[in-house]
Design a protein around this ligand. Structure first.
Ligand code: NAG
Ligand code: NAG
Ligand code: NAG
Length: 497
Protein backbone atom coordinates (compact mmCIF):
# COMPACT_ATOMS: atom_id res chain seq x y z
CA UNK A 1 0.00 0.00 0.00
CA UNK A 2 2.83 2.41 0.79
CA UNK A 3 4.04 1.90 -2.79
CA UNK A 4 0.81 3.49 -4.02
CA UNK A 5 1.13 6.24 -1.49
CA UNK A 6 4.65 6.88 -2.69
CA UNK A 7 3.61 6.81 -6.35
CA UNK A 8 0.71 9.15 -5.79
CA UNK A 9 2.89 11.40 -3.66
CA UNK A 10 5.42 11.57 -6.50
CA UNK A 11 2.86 12.32 -9.20
CA UNK A 12 0.55 14.59 -7.22
CA UNK A 13 2.62 16.06 -4.41
CA UNK A 14 -0.03 18.66 -3.64
CA UNK A 15 -2.78 16.10 -3.08
CA UNK A 16 -0.90 14.06 -0.53
CA UNK A 17 0.78 16.93 1.25
CA UNK A 18 -0.08 16.51 4.91
CA UNK A 19 -1.27 12.94 4.37
CA UNK A 20 -0.18 10.72 7.23
CA UNK A 21 2.53 8.18 6.51
CA UNK A 22 1.58 4.59 7.29
CA UNK A 23 1.92 3.61 10.91
CA UNK A 24 5.08 1.82 12.07
CA UNK A 25 5.03 -1.03 14.55
CA UNK A 26 7.27 -1.52 17.58
CA UNK A 27 6.75 -5.11 18.73
CA UNK A 28 8.03 -5.68 22.27
CA UNK A 29 8.22 -9.23 23.60
CA UNK A 30 9.30 -10.18 27.11
CA UNK A 31 10.20 -13.74 28.14
CA UNK A 32 8.47 -15.38 31.14
CA UNK A 33 6.85 -12.14 32.30
CA UNK A 34 3.71 -12.81 34.29
CA UNK A 35 1.20 -9.96 34.70
CA UNK A 36 3.11 -8.84 37.81
CA UNK A 37 2.77 -5.17 36.86
CA UNK A 38 0.64 -2.45 38.36
CA UNK A 39 -1.28 -2.05 35.08
CA UNK A 40 -2.63 -5.56 35.71
CA UNK A 41 -2.56 -6.00 39.48
CA UNK A 42 -2.80 -2.47 40.84
CA UNK A 43 -1.43 -2.34 44.37
CA UNK A 44 -1.50 -6.15 44.58
CA UNK A 45 2.02 -6.10 43.18
CA UNK A 46 5.16 -4.51 44.53
CA UNK A 47 6.86 -4.53 41.12
CA UNK A 48 8.15 -1.12 40.07
CA UNK A 49 7.86 -0.60 36.32
CA UNK A 50 7.45 3.12 35.57
CA UNK A 51 8.08 2.81 31.84
CA UNK A 52 5.64 -0.01 31.20
CA UNK A 53 3.13 1.87 33.40
CA UNK A 54 3.53 4.92 31.19
CA UNK A 55 2.94 2.82 28.08
CA UNK A 56 -0.11 1.26 29.73
CA UNK A 57 -1.53 4.70 30.45
CA UNK A 58 -1.88 5.32 26.70
CA UNK A 59 -2.72 1.77 25.62
CA UNK A 60 -5.55 -0.68 25.40
CA UNK A 61 -4.65 -2.85 28.41
CA UNK A 62 -5.98 -6.38 28.07
CA UNK A 63 -6.21 -7.69 31.60
CA UNK A 64 -7.53 -11.13 30.74
CA UNK A 65 -5.24 -12.33 27.96
CA UNK A 66 -4.34 -16.02 27.70
CA UNK A 67 -1.57 -17.78 25.81
CA UNK A 68 -2.43 -20.90 23.81
CA UNK A 69 0.35 -22.96 25.41
CA UNK A 70 2.51 -22.02 28.38
CA UNK A 71 5.87 -22.86 26.84
CA UNK A 72 8.04 -20.45 24.90
CA UNK A 73 8.32 -22.07 21.44
CA UNK A 74 4.71 -23.27 21.06
CA UNK A 75 3.30 -20.01 22.46
CA UNK A 76 5.40 -17.81 20.19
CA UNK A 77 4.77 -19.94 17.12
CA UNK A 78 1.05 -19.76 17.82
CA UNK A 79 0.85 -16.01 18.33
CA UNK A 80 3.23 -15.21 15.46
CA UNK A 81 1.24 -17.29 12.96
CA UNK A 82 -2.15 -16.50 14.49
CA UNK A 83 -2.92 -20.24 14.75
CA UNK A 84 -3.36 -22.61 17.64
CA UNK A 85 -1.02 -25.42 18.66
CA UNK A 86 -3.33 -28.07 17.14
CA UNK A 87 -2.87 -26.26 13.80
CA UNK A 88 0.83 -25.36 14.00
CA UNK A 89 1.52 -28.83 15.47
CA UNK A 90 4.26 -27.23 17.55
CA UNK A 91 4.01 -28.53 21.13
CA UNK A 92 7.70 -28.55 22.03
CA UNK A 93 10.90 -26.55 21.54
CA UNK A 94 12.30 -28.34 18.51
CA UNK A 95 9.60 -28.35 15.84
CA UNK A 96 9.35 -25.85 12.96
CA UNK A 97 5.77 -25.03 12.04
CA UNK A 98 6.54 -24.69 8.31
CA UNK A 99 7.47 -28.38 8.13
CA UNK A 100 4.91 -29.54 10.76
CA UNK A 101 1.55 -27.72 10.59
CA UNK A 102 2.04 -25.79 7.35
CA UNK A 103 3.91 -22.99 5.61
CA UNK A 104 2.15 -20.27 7.61
CA UNK A 105 2.79 -16.56 7.21
CA UNK A 106 4.11 -14.82 10.33
CA UNK A 107 3.26 -11.34 11.60
CA UNK A 108 6.57 -9.75 10.45
CA UNK A 109 6.38 -11.65 7.15
CA UNK A 110 2.91 -10.20 6.49
CA UNK A 111 4.14 -6.69 7.18
CA UNK A 112 7.11 -7.34 4.90
CA UNK A 113 4.77 -8.55 2.13
CA UNK A 114 2.89 -5.30 2.58
CA UNK A 115 5.91 -3.10 2.00
CA UNK A 116 7.27 -2.71 5.51
CA UNK A 117 10.91 -2.85 6.47
CA UNK A 118 11.02 -5.64 9.04
CA UNK A 119 13.80 -6.06 11.58
CA UNK A 120 14.13 -8.51 14.44
CA UNK A 121 16.39 -8.34 17.50
CA UNK A 122 16.87 -10.72 20.40
CA UNK A 123 14.41 -13.50 21.14
CA UNK A 124 11.26 -13.61 19.06
CA UNK A 125 10.97 -17.08 17.54
CA UNK A 126 12.29 -19.89 19.66
CA UNK A 127 15.99 -19.79 18.75
CA UNK A 128 17.91 -22.46 16.91
CA UNK A 129 17.71 -24.36 13.66
CA UNK A 130 15.15 -26.98 14.70
CA UNK A 131 12.51 -24.61 16.06
CA UNK A 132 12.78 -21.73 13.59
CA UNK A 133 15.58 -22.36 11.09
CA UNK A 134 17.30 -19.62 13.09
CA UNK A 135 14.75 -16.86 13.45
CA UNK A 136 12.67 -17.66 10.35
CA UNK A 137 14.74 -15.75 7.76
CA UNK A 138 11.75 -15.26 5.41
CA UNK A 139 10.13 -12.91 7.95
CA UNK A 140 12.76 -10.17 7.72
CA UNK A 141 14.02 -7.58 5.26
CA UNK A 142 17.00 -6.78 7.52
CA UNK A 143 19.68 -8.99 9.05
CA UNK A 144 18.57 -10.56 12.34
CA UNK A 145 20.41 -9.39 15.45
CA UNK A 146 21.62 -11.31 18.49
CA UNK A 147 24.01 -9.83 21.04
CA UNK A 148 27.43 -11.17 20.09
CA UNK A 149 28.51 -12.21 23.59
CA UNK A 150 25.20 -13.29 25.03
CA UNK A 151 26.71 -16.41 26.58
CA UNK A 152 28.94 -14.23 28.74
CA UNK A 153 26.37 -13.85 31.48
CA UNK A 154 25.35 -17.50 31.68
CA UNK A 155 25.47 -18.75 35.27
CA UNK A 156 24.97 -22.04 37.12
CA UNK A 157 23.00 -20.34 39.86
CA UNK A 158 19.35 -19.36 39.61
CA UNK A 159 20.07 -15.64 39.95
CA UNK A 160 22.89 -13.15 39.96
CA UNK A 161 23.09 -9.47 40.83
CA UNK A 162 25.73 -7.94 38.56
CA UNK A 163 27.90 -5.07 39.80
CA UNK A 164 28.20 -1.86 37.84
CA UNK A 165 31.86 -2.52 37.07
CA UNK A 166 30.90 -5.95 35.70
CA UNK A 167 28.09 -4.76 33.44
CA UNK A 168 30.07 -1.75 32.25
CA UNK A 169 32.81 -4.11 31.14
CA UNK A 170 30.35 -6.59 29.59
CA UNK A 171 26.89 -5.15 28.97
CA UNK A 172 24.04 -7.54 29.70
CA UNK A 173 22.47 -9.09 26.56
CA UNK A 174 19.16 -7.24 26.95
CA UNK A 175 21.04 -3.95 27.31
CA UNK A 176 22.82 -4.71 24.03
CA UNK A 177 19.48 -5.50 22.42
CA UNK A 178 18.03 -2.18 23.58
CA UNK A 179 21.14 -0.37 22.27
CA UNK A 180 20.66 -2.07 18.92
CA UNK A 181 16.95 -1.17 18.88
CA UNK A 182 17.88 2.48 19.39
CA UNK A 183 20.40 2.34 16.58
CA UNK A 184 17.89 0.64 14.24
CA UNK A 185 15.28 3.31 15.01
CA UNK A 186 17.80 5.97 14.01
CA UNK A 187 18.48 4.09 10.83
CA UNK A 188 14.80 3.79 9.90
CA UNK A 189 13.47 7.12 11.13
CA UNK A 190 13.78 9.28 8.02
CA UNK A 191 12.07 6.82 5.67
CA UNK A 192 9.36 6.33 8.26
CA UNK A 193 8.76 10.04 8.79
CA UNK A 194 8.70 11.08 5.13
CA UNK A 195 6.45 8.21 4.11
CA UNK A 196 9.06 6.34 2.05
CA UNK A 197 8.84 3.14 4.06
CA UNK A 198 7.25 2.26 7.39
CA UNK A 199 8.97 -0.19 9.73
CA UNK A 200 8.09 -3.19 11.84
CA UNK A 201 10.73 -3.48 14.56
CA UNK A 202 10.57 -6.52 16.81
CA UNK A 203 12.55 -6.41 20.06
CA UNK A 204 12.62 -9.59 22.15
CA UNK A 205 14.03 -9.44 25.68
CA UNK A 206 15.48 -12.60 27.24
CA UNK A 207 14.67 -11.67 30.83
CA UNK A 208 13.03 -12.16 33.31
CA UNK A 209 13.63 -15.76 32.13
CA UNK A 210 15.86 -17.85 34.43
CA UNK A 211 18.58 -17.34 35.49
CA UNK A 212 17.51 -13.96 36.90
CA UNK A 213 20.52 -11.80 36.05
CA UNK A 214 20.23 -8.05 36.60
CA UNK A 215 22.22 -4.97 37.66
CA UNK A 216 22.56 -5.12 41.44
CA UNK A 217 21.11 -1.64 42.06
CA UNK A 218 17.64 -3.06 41.35
CA UNK A 219 17.86 -5.11 44.54
CA UNK A 220 17.60 -1.83 46.48
CA UNK A 221 14.17 -1.31 44.91
CA UNK A 222 12.95 -4.42 46.73
CA UNK A 223 13.94 -4.58 50.41
CA UNK A 224 13.92 -8.20 51.47
CA UNK A 225 11.38 -7.46 54.18
CA UNK A 226 8.85 -6.39 51.50
CA UNK A 227 8.93 -9.73 49.70
CA UNK A 228 6.04 -12.03 50.56
CA UNK A 229 5.73 -15.79 50.34
CA UNK A 230 2.83 -17.17 48.32
CA UNK A 231 -0.10 -17.86 50.65
CA UNK A 232 -0.97 -21.13 48.84
CA UNK A 233 2.26 -23.20 48.72
CA UNK A 234 0.32 -26.47 48.32
CA UNK A 235 -1.31 -28.28 45.43
CA UNK A 236 -5.02 -27.54 44.94
CA UNK A 237 -7.32 -29.75 47.00
CA UNK A 238 -8.26 -32.76 44.82
CA UNK A 239 -5.83 -31.84 42.06
CA UNK A 240 -5.24 -34.76 39.69
CA UNK A 241 -1.54 -35.73 39.40
CA UNK A 242 -1.80 -35.04 35.66
CA UNK A 243 -1.95 -31.31 36.36
CA UNK A 244 1.46 -31.25 38.04
CA UNK A 245 4.68 -30.26 36.34
CA UNK A 246 8.06 -30.98 37.93
CA UNK A 247 9.98 -27.73 37.39
CA UNK A 248 13.22 -29.30 36.18
CA UNK A 249 14.25 -26.02 34.58
CA UNK A 250 14.69 -24.45 38.02
CA UNK A 251 15.99 -27.55 39.80
CA UNK A 252 18.86 -27.68 37.30
CA UNK A 253 20.51 -24.65 38.93
CA UNK A 254 23.15 -25.61 41.49
CA UNK A 255 21.80 -23.47 44.35
CA UNK A 256 18.37 -25.13 43.99
CA UNK A 257 19.76 -28.60 43.42
CA UNK A 258 21.91 -28.26 46.55
CA UNK A 259 18.72 -27.86 48.59
CA UNK A 260 17.67 -31.37 47.47
CA UNK A 261 14.50 -30.01 45.88
CA UNK A 262 12.50 -32.82 44.23
CA UNK A 263 9.70 -30.90 42.54
CA UNK A 264 7.18 -33.44 43.84
CA UNK A 265 3.54 -32.56 44.54
CA UNK A 266 3.12 -30.81 47.90
CA UNK A 267 6.80 -30.10 48.30
CA UNK A 268 8.36 -26.79 47.41
CA UNK A 269 11.48 -24.73 47.75
CA UNK A 270 12.51 -23.57 51.26
CA UNK A 271 11.04 -20.19 52.28
CA UNK A 272 14.34 -18.31 52.35
CA UNK A 273 15.14 -19.39 48.77
CA UNK A 274 11.58 -18.60 47.66
CA UNK A 275 12.01 -15.04 48.97
CA UNK A 276 15.36 -14.77 47.19
CA UNK A 277 13.91 -15.98 43.90
CA UNK A 278 10.88 -13.71 44.05
CA UNK A 279 13.04 -10.72 44.87
CA UNK A 280 15.40 -11.50 41.99
CA UNK A 281 12.47 -12.01 39.58
CA UNK A 282 11.00 -8.61 40.50
CA UNK A 283 14.40 -6.91 40.20
CA UNK A 284 14.83 -8.44 36.75
CA UNK A 285 11.45 -7.09 35.65
CA UNK A 286 12.49 -3.59 36.78
CA UNK A 287 15.73 -3.94 34.83
CA UNK A 288 13.80 -4.86 31.66
CA UNK A 289 11.39 -2.00 32.32
CA UNK A 290 14.38 0.35 32.24
CA UNK A 291 15.55 -1.03 28.88
CA UNK A 292 12.05 -0.68 27.44
CA UNK A 293 12.01 2.88 28.75
CA UNK A 294 15.17 3.73 26.81
CA UNK A 295 13.62 2.49 23.55
CA UNK A 296 10.32 4.32 24.11
CA UNK A 297 12.22 7.50 24.96
CA UNK A 298 14.12 7.27 21.68
CA UNK A 299 10.88 6.71 19.78
CA UNK A 300 9.56 9.90 21.35
CA UNK A 301 12.80 11.82 20.76
CA UNK A 302 12.84 10.86 17.07
CA UNK A 303 9.27 12.11 16.61
CA UNK A 304 8.00 8.61 15.84
CA UNK A 305 5.79 7.94 18.82
CA UNK A 306 2.66 9.55 17.44
CA UNK A 307 2.83 7.37 14.34
CA UNK A 308 4.08 4.08 15.78
CA UNK A 309 1.87 1.31 17.12
CA UNK A 310 3.44 -0.28 20.21
CA UNK A 311 2.58 -3.88 21.01
CA UNK A 312 3.72 -5.26 24.35
CA UNK A 313 3.26 -8.72 25.87
CA UNK A 314 4.93 -11.54 27.79
CA UNK A 315 5.13 -14.92 26.04
CA UNK A 316 3.33 -16.72 28.92
CA UNK A 317 2.99 -16.61 32.69
CA UNK A 318 5.28 -17.96 35.40
CA UNK A 319 4.63 -19.60 38.75
CA UNK A 320 6.63 -18.28 41.72
CA UNK A 321 5.80 -20.90 44.32
CA UNK A 322 1.98 -20.69 44.18
CA UNK A 323 0.72 -24.28 44.69
CA UNK A 324 4.39 -25.12 45.36
CA UNK A 325 4.73 -24.87 41.58
CA UNK A 326 7.48 -23.03 39.69
CA UNK A 327 8.07 -21.94 36.11
CA UNK A 328 5.53 -22.80 33.37
CA UNK A 329 4.33 -25.75 31.29
CA UNK A 330 1.11 -26.14 33.28
CA UNK A 331 -2.50 -25.10 32.73
CA UNK A 332 -2.73 -23.11 35.95
CA UNK A 333 -3.85 -19.50 35.67
CA UNK A 334 -0.37 -18.37 36.74
CA UNK A 335 1.17 -20.04 33.68
CA UNK A 336 -1.38 -19.21 30.96
CA UNK A 337 -2.33 -15.67 31.99
CA UNK A 338 0.10 -13.12 30.56
CA UNK A 339 0.33 -9.35 30.19
CA UNK A 340 -0.75 -7.73 26.93
CA UNK A 341 -1.30 -4.16 25.78
CA UNK A 342 -1.47 -2.22 22.53
CA UNK A 343 -0.87 1.47 21.92
CA UNK A 344 -2.46 2.75 18.73
CA UNK A 345 -1.64 6.46 18.35
CA UNK A 346 -4.76 8.57 18.03
CA UNK A 347 -6.98 5.67 19.15
CA UNK A 348 -5.91 4.57 22.62
CA UNK A 349 -4.05 7.66 23.89
CA UNK A 350 -6.33 8.17 26.88
CA UNK A 351 -5.73 4.62 28.12
CA UNK A 352 -8.42 1.93 27.96
CA UNK A 353 -8.77 -1.14 30.15
CA UNK A 354 -10.68 -4.23 29.12
CA UNK A 355 -11.36 -7.31 31.22
CA UNK A 356 -12.70 -9.25 28.22
CA UNK A 357 -11.19 -12.64 27.37
CA UNK A 358 -8.37 -12.31 24.85
CA UNK A 359 -6.22 -15.02 23.29
CA UNK A 360 -2.69 -14.53 21.99
CA UNK A 361 -3.78 -15.66 18.50
CA UNK A 362 -5.69 -12.35 18.46
CA UNK A 363 -2.49 -10.29 18.23
CA UNK A 364 -1.90 -10.93 14.51
CA UNK A 365 -5.34 -9.84 13.20
CA UNK A 366 -5.38 -6.90 15.66
CA UNK A 367 -2.02 -5.51 14.53
CA UNK A 368 -2.95 -5.91 10.88
CA UNK A 369 -6.14 -3.92 11.46
CA UNK A 370 -4.39 -1.30 13.60
CA UNK A 371 -1.90 -0.69 10.77
CA UNK A 372 -4.65 -0.56 8.14
CA UNK A 373 -3.36 -3.54 6.15
CA UNK A 374 -5.81 -5.94 4.44
CA UNK A 375 -7.64 -7.79 7.24
CA UNK A 376 -7.03 -11.48 7.79
CA UNK A 377 -9.83 -13.95 7.15
CA UNK A 378 -10.83 -16.60 9.64
CA UNK A 379 -9.07 -19.89 8.81
CA UNK A 380 -11.16 -22.78 7.47
CA UNK A 381 -11.29 -26.02 9.56
CA UNK A 382 -8.30 -27.46 7.69
CA UNK A 383 -5.96 -24.60 6.93
CA UNK A 384 -2.76 -26.59 6.48
CA UNK A 385 -2.52 -25.36 2.85
CA UNK A 386 -3.71 -21.88 3.64
CA UNK A 387 -0.71 -19.61 4.13
CA UNK A 388 -2.45 -16.49 5.44
CA UNK A 389 -5.52 -16.61 7.66
CA UNK A 390 -6.21 -16.43 11.38
CA UNK A 391 -7.65 -18.47 14.22
CA UNK A 392 -7.99 -15.36 16.33
CA UNK A 393 -10.13 -12.21 16.29
CA UNK A 394 -9.05 -8.60 16.07
CA UNK A 395 -9.66 -7.03 19.48
CA UNK A 396 -9.72 -3.49 18.10
CA UNK A 397 -13.52 -3.20 18.63
CA UNK A 398 -12.71 -3.16 22.37
CA UNK A 399 -11.05 0.24 21.93
CA UNK A 400 -14.43 1.89 21.40
CA UNK A 401 -16.33 -0.39 23.74
CA UNK A 402 -14.11 -2.26 26.22
CA UNK A 403 -17.14 -3.82 27.94
CA UNK A 404 -18.95 -5.14 24.87
CA UNK A 405 -19.95 -8.79 24.58
CA UNK A 406 -16.83 -10.65 23.54
CA UNK A 407 -15.37 -14.19 23.53
CA UNK A 408 -17.09 -16.66 25.82
CA UNK A 409 -13.91 -18.69 26.38
CA UNK A 410 -10.11 -18.55 26.08
CA UNK A 411 -8.39 -21.84 25.20
CA UNK A 412 -4.97 -23.18 26.18
CA UNK A 413 -3.35 -26.58 26.10
CA UNK A 414 -0.17 -28.31 27.17
CA UNK A 415 1.34 -31.62 26.11
CA UNK A 416 2.52 -33.94 28.88
CA UNK A 417 3.44 -37.57 29.59
CA UNK A 418 1.21 -39.41 32.02
CA UNK A 419 2.19 -42.91 33.16
CA UNK A 420 4.46 -43.17 30.14
CA UNK A 421 1.67 -42.16 27.73
CA UNK A 422 1.31 -39.02 25.64
CA UNK A 423 -1.45 -36.77 26.88
CA UNK A 424 -2.78 -33.26 26.37
CA UNK A 425 -4.29 -30.98 28.96
CA UNK A 426 -6.99 -28.87 27.31
CA UNK A 427 -8.28 -25.95 29.33
CA UNK A 428 -10.88 -23.24 28.87
CA UNK A 429 -11.12 -20.01 30.87
CA UNK A 430 -14.53 -18.40 30.97
CA UNK A 431 -15.43 -15.29 32.93
CA UNK A 432 -16.29 -17.43 35.97
CA UNK A 433 -14.36 -20.67 35.64
CA UNK A 434 -11.25 -22.50 34.58
CA UNK A 435 -12.09 -26.01 33.38
CA UNK A 436 -9.46 -28.55 32.27
CA UNK A 437 -9.49 -32.10 30.90
CA UNK A 438 -6.29 -34.18 30.72
CA UNK A 439 -6.77 -36.74 27.92
CA UNK A 440 -4.86 -39.26 25.84
CA UNK A 441 -3.19 -37.72 22.79
CA UNK A 442 -2.02 -39.64 19.74
CA UNK A 443 1.19 -37.98 18.55
CA UNK A 444 1.11 -39.78 15.18
CA UNK A 445 -2.27 -38.43 14.14
CA UNK A 446 -2.20 -35.38 16.46
CA UNK A 447 -5.64 -36.18 17.79
CA UNK A 448 -7.05 -36.24 21.29
CA UNK A 449 -9.31 -38.92 22.70
CA UNK A 450 -11.85 -37.17 24.93
CA UNK A 451 -12.96 -40.55 26.27
CA UNK A 452 -9.58 -41.52 27.72
CA UNK A 453 -9.41 -39.11 30.64
CA UNK A 454 -6.55 -38.82 33.17
CA UNK A 455 -7.98 -35.99 35.22
CA UNK A 456 -10.49 -33.15 35.30
CA UNK A 457 -10.21 -29.79 37.05
CA UNK A 458 -12.75 -27.08 37.78
CA UNK A 459 -11.81 -23.86 39.54
CA UNK A 460 -14.49 -21.35 40.45
CA UNK A 461 -12.83 -17.98 39.91
CA UNK A 462 -15.74 -16.11 41.51
CA UNK A 463 -14.80 -17.49 44.93
CA UNK A 464 -11.37 -19.06 44.30
CA UNK A 465 -9.23 -16.84 42.05
CA UNK A 466 -6.05 -18.62 43.17
CA UNK A 467 -7.38 -22.01 42.03
CA UNK A 468 -6.92 -23.65 45.43
CA UNK A 469 -9.84 -26.09 45.27
CA UNK A 470 -10.66 -28.40 42.39
CA UNK A 471 -14.46 -28.73 42.33
CA UNK A 472 -14.69 -31.19 39.44
CA UNK A 473 -16.40 -33.78 41.69
CA UNK A 474 -18.58 -31.31 43.59
CA UNK A 475 -22.18 -32.11 42.58
CA UNK A 476 -23.17 -28.45 43.03
CA UNK A 477 -21.31 -27.83 39.80
CA UNK A 478 -22.77 -30.66 37.70
CA UNK A 479 -24.56 -28.41 35.21
CA UNK A 480 -21.60 -26.02 34.93
CA UNK A 481 -19.36 -28.97 34.14
CA UNK A 482 -21.65 -30.22 31.37
CA UNK A 483 -21.65 -26.75 29.80
CA UNK A 484 -17.89 -26.24 30.15
CA UNK A 485 -17.02 -29.70 28.86
CA UNK A 486 -19.20 -29.11 25.80
CA UNK A 487 -17.51 -25.76 25.18
CA UNK A 488 -14.08 -27.35 25.55
CA UNK A 489 -14.85 -30.19 23.11
CA UNK A 490 -16.51 -27.90 20.56
CA UNK A 491 -13.48 -25.65 20.66
CA UNK A 492 -12.67 -22.02 19.98
CA UNK A 493 -14.84 -21.57 16.90
CA UNK A 494 -17.92 -21.69 19.11
CA UNK A 495 -16.56 -19.11 21.56
CA UNK A 496 -15.86 -16.37 19.02
CA UNK A 497 -17.08 -12.79 19.71
C1 NAG B 1 -1.64 -31.31 48.86
O1 NAG B 1 -1.93 -30.52 49.99
C2 NAG B 1 -3.25 -30.05 50.07
C3 NAG B 1 -3.37 -29.09 51.24
O2 NAG B 1 -2.87 -29.68 52.40
C4 NAG B 1 -4.20 -31.23 50.16
O3 NAG B 1 -5.53 -30.80 50.21
C5 NAG B 1 -4.00 -32.09 48.92
O4 NAG B 1 -4.81 -33.23 48.97
C6 NAG B 1 -2.55 -32.51 48.77
N1 NAG B 1 -2.37 -33.19 47.48
C7 NAG B 1 -1.72 -34.31 47.36
C8 NAG B 1 -1.70 -34.92 45.99
O5 NAG B 1 -1.13 -34.84 48.28
C1 NAG C 1 3.43 13.77 14.95
O1 NAG C 1 4.09 14.85 15.53
C2 NAG C 1 4.83 15.64 14.61
C3 NAG C 1 5.64 16.66 15.38
O2 NAG C 1 4.90 17.19 16.44
C4 NAG C 1 3.84 16.27 13.61
O3 NAG C 1 4.56 17.00 12.66
C5 NAG C 1 3.08 15.14 12.92
O4 NAG C 1 2.09 15.67 12.06
C6 NAG C 1 2.41 14.25 13.93
N1 NAG C 1 1.85 13.10 13.23
C7 NAG C 1 0.67 12.59 13.53
C8 NAG C 1 0.27 11.38 12.75
O5 NAG C 1 -0.06 13.05 14.37
C1 NAG D 1 -7.72 -19.53 2.96
O1 NAG D 1 -8.81 -19.28 3.85
C2 NAG D 1 -9.65 -18.21 3.46
C3 NAG D 1 -10.66 -18.01 4.55
O2 NAG D 1 -11.39 -19.16 4.80
C4 NAG D 1 -10.25 -18.47 2.09
O3 NAG D 1 -11.01 -17.37 1.71
C5 NAG D 1 -9.15 -18.74 1.09
O4 NAG D 1 -9.68 -19.08 -0.16
C6 NAG D 1 -8.23 -19.84 1.56
N1 NAG D 1 -7.11 -20.01 0.66
C7 NAG D 1 -6.57 -21.20 0.37
C8 NAG D 1 -5.42 -21.19 -0.57
O5 NAG D 1 -7.01 -22.23 0.83
Amino acid sequence: MWIWALLIATIFPSITQGAEPQKNVLFLVVDDLRPELSAFKGDQTIVISPNIDQLAAKSLVLKSAYVQQSICGPSRTSLLTGRRPDTTLVYDLNTYWRTAGGDFTTIPQYFKENGYRTAGLGKLFHPGYEASRNDDPISWTDAYYHPPDKKFWATDESWKAVTEAEYQANPLPDTQIADEAISRLNDMVSDALDGTQPFFLSVGFHKPHLPFVFPEEYLDWYPESDIKLPDNPYAPVDMPDAAWSVYGELIAYTDINNLLVTGDINTTIPDSKTIELRRAYYATISYIDGEIGRILEELEYLGLSNNTIVSFFGDHGFSLGEHGEWCKKTNFEDAVHAPMMLHVPGETDGGIVSEKLIEFVDIFPSLVDAAGLPSLELCPEDSSNNATCTEGSSFLPLIDDPDRTWKSGAFSQVQVRINGKNAMGYTIRTEDFRYTEWVRFNTKTNTMNWKQVYGVELYDHRIDPKENVNRATDSNYDTDIVTLSTMLHQGWRYSQP
